[in-house]
Design a protein around this ligand. Structure first.
Ligand code: ADP
Ligand code: ZN
Length: 213
């Protein structure tokens, strides 16, 4: 089964993708994570996209489509969870073509709905474990008082450079201008399933299970 998690920044796509990986053996393909990895490893492409990402703008379709193409060729798993990709109509077309070329298709596009105020609150409170990717929230799931990640024990909490109010405004604008048209695109294809992303992590998880069957 191949699915897309679609929604604005802060909707909880990454959190749910990790759960689906654990429970169903699916493989998360997050272009955001791939781009951050390229930055850390200091590749030429990573350096090129760093300023764009920190400002909250989208990197070019060519770059992210190339990343996805590479991963699809090199990765085996019990289906893919596309997280943060596609973000534009050309990316959506390209994904359809790439899957088709591999004799595959999309089973569902899960749209996670969250209102804008909640997004801002979530993102500005967010931090993650640099070792295992566990996500923390200053209000709802604070970093443990002993300074160690509850999942892996590492002491390497990080905040993303683009998780500030200024970049977030740009990310939201990019979402509404370039990504939200995908809701109509996948609705018309008959693939769209909508869930309420505002609830507790477990409640959202249950809703997603419900629409995936
Ligand atoms: P978010 O929390 O905003 O959903 P991501 O981790 O998915 O964050 O992405 C972080 C940044 O990486 C984006 O703001 C953008 O600059 C870049 N990026 C990630 N995926 C894409 C994509 N599919 N197309 C263009 N840019 C992307
Ligand atoms: Zn950890």
């Amino acid at each position: 089964m191949n699915i897309i998690l679609l929604g604005p920044p802060g909707a909880g796509k990454g959190t749910q993708a990790r759960i689906l990986e654990d429970e169903r053996g699916m493989v998360q393909l997050s272009t955001g994570d791939m781009l951050r990895e390229a930055r850390t490893s200091g590749t030429e492409m990573g350096q090129k996209v760093a300023a764009i990402m920190d400002a909250g703008q989208l990197v070019t379709d060519e770059i992210v489509i190339g990343l996805i193409e590479e991963k699809l060729q090199s990765t085996e798993g019990n289906g893919f969870i596309f997280d943060g990709f596609p973000r534009t109509l050309p990316q959506a077309d390209a994904l359809g073509e790439l899957l088709k070329a591999n004799g595959q298709g999309l089973n569902a596009v899960v749209a996670m709905q969250v209102d804008d105020e909640a997004l801002v609150a979530r993102i500005t409170a967010r931090s993650t474990c640099g070792n295992c990717g566990e996500v923390y929230n200053d209000q709802t799931k604070p970093q443990p008082a002993n300074g160690k990640c509850s999942n892996c024990g590492a002491s390497d909490f990080r905040r993303r450079a683009d998780d500030n109010e200024e970049s977030l405004k740009t990310r939201l604008m990019e979402y509404y201008k370039k990504t939200s048209p995908l809701l109509g695109y996948y609705y018309a294809k008959g693939d769209l399933r909508t869930v309420d992303g505002l609830g507790e992590i477990d409640a959202v998880k249950a809703e997603i299970s419900g629409v995936l069957g």
